[in-house]
Design a protein around this ligand. Structure first.
Ligand code: GYE
Length: 306
């Protein structure tokens, strides 16, 4: 190139783009599919990807972002493990004139100019959809409905929002009672462990609402271990619709799944190209999603990619 310039944030002189991507971790089937989508889409669109896995720790994500700033990447994308505590590092990126794209999860920074756009699901709406199915399924009964909730990672946008959307919908009828609610960190192992504790202290659980499939799948093991039948004795609602979740739904062990798409890679690369060129992009890009009953899962399963 030989332009003698310092590079800067508008892409390398040869027009190629390098993206630094800080992933949350590898906590769930959703996350594995998301990582694959980002890596494949980068390759397909000719974007050089620097990828790091933060193992669900914010400090690791902050370190990764700082190292991307030092390496003068053209664009930084990350999926913030929790919502708060990002302002300082986002200001550092801004000072270095490197655009930032939020993908999958939101931050609660007041200054929304600290990032160019946020690509991901509407988690409040997902929680509402879970609640709506429950209200419909129990609309013939006036008996109390005892619900236990397995929350996602504490402080994460999907945990906060899925809880809020669900509570908003079921809150309209006092027969719905959330008798226990605790984090299972979005993992199968934690989902199982916490469900075991729920079962010990609550003899009469009607419904489990798990913020993702993996925790629901762990909880199914706990329920079976306690001699109960998942999907019958305890109705189960989860979020994501990854293959293992869909299989359990088709098998009758889960009753309803609210879809959350992990296939954000192609849209992310499109947005990255635009922000590097300095084009304006929408401040919020919401992914399209559906819901699945047991019958619908049987039909959808053979073509499920992740
Ligand atoms: O639902 C869960 C994962 O942020 C939408 O994170 C994502 C969530 C997803 O661990 O399985």
């Amino acid at each position: 190139c030989g332009s003698g310039g310092s590079g800067g944030a508008s892409g390398s002189d040869d027009g190629s783009i390098t993206m630094g991507f800080s992933q949350v971790g590898a906590e769930s089937g959703w996350r594995t599919a998301n990582t694959k989508s980002v890596q494949e889409a980068a390759k397909e669109s000719g974007i050089t990807l620097k990828f790091s896995d933060a193992q669900q720790k914010q400090e690791n994500q902050i370190k990764a972002i700082r190292s991307y700033i030092q390496q003068k990447v053209d664009v930084i994308a990350f999926s913030p493990v929790v919502e708060s505590g990002w302002d300082t590092v986002l200001k550092e990126a801004r000072d270095a004139k490197i655009p930032v794209i939020l993908t999958d999860r939101a931050v609660d920074s007041k200054d929304t100019a600290l990032y160019k756009t946020f690509l991901g699901s509407d988690f409040v709406e997902e929680g509402r959809k879970a609640g709506q199915w429950l209200v419909q399924s129990f609309n013939n009964s006036t008996d109390p409905v005892n619900i236990v909730e397995l929350q996602g990672t504490t402080g994460s946008a999907p945990a906060n929002d899925r809880k809020a959307g669900f509570a908003e919908v079921i809150g309209a009828d006092p027969k719905f009672k959330v008798i226990a609610s605790q984090t299972g960190d979005f993992t199968r192992a934690k989902g199982k462990e916490v469900m075991e504790a729920f079962l010990k202290s609550n003899p009469d659980i009607d419904v489990l609402y798990a913020h993702n499939d993996d925790m629901g799948l762990g909880a199914i093991e706990a329920i079976e271990g306690a001699g109960k039948v998942p999907g019958k004795d305890i109705k189960i609602i989860t979020v994501d619709a990854v293959k293992d979740g869909m299989q359990a739904l088709a098998d009758g062990k889960i009753n309803y799944i609210v879809e959350c798409s992990p296939l954000l890679g192609p849209q992310l690369m499109d947005l990255a190209k635009k922000v590097v060129k300095g084009e304006t992009v929408p401040a919020r890009v919401v992914t399209e999603e559906t819901t699945f009953t047991q019958e619908q899962a049987k039909t959808a399963l053979p073509n499920r990619k992740y």
